[in-house]
Design a protein around this ligand. Sequence first.
Ligand code: SF4
Length: 155
Amino acid sequence: MDQITRLRDQMEACKTRYPDLRFHIAGGGPSEPPTQEAKEERWPKRSICTPFRQAISFLGDGRVIFYEEMPRSDFIVGDLTTQSIRELWDSPIVDRWLFPPRGKFAGAPCFDCPEFDECHQFQGWCLRDAMKAYGAAFTAPQECPRQRAPGLRLT
Ligand code: SF4
C-alpha cells in the first residue's frame, strides 16, 4: 500500500508540473478475502477445472503436463512422442489426478467432505490454487467454503 501511496503522490506532482497530462491509477491494493457467505454462494458456480476435461497441455519436447501452470516433473502425465492423445486422455495416471482417492487428502478439508465425489466428478477442485496457497495440490483451494485456513493471498 505504501507503494501505491507513493505512486499517487508522484502522479500528483507530475500533474502540477505538466497540467496537460491526464492519467489515473485504477485499483489500489489487494482485494479483501471473500466472506464465508460469499464463498458458499460462489463455490457451486465455480468454473470447471480444465485439465483433461477441456484441454491438454504439453511441452515442446512432447511431454504432457497435467496443467500448463505446473511444468514440473511430478506433474508430467505422458509423452506425445510415444502415446496418442486418446491413450493419454484415458490413461490411469490422468484418472489418478482427476479422481484422486480420499486418502490423498489426509489432513485436508476434502478428506471427510460429504461432497467429495460430486466435487471431483464434475467441476473438480483447483489444485493450481491449492498449490499456490498451501504448497500442496491435495487440499481444498481458498475458494472452497470448507477451506478455513488462510494460506497465501493469491490476488
Ligand atoms: S475442494 Fe475438497 S472440501 Fe471443497 S468441495 Fe471439493 S472435495 Fe469438498
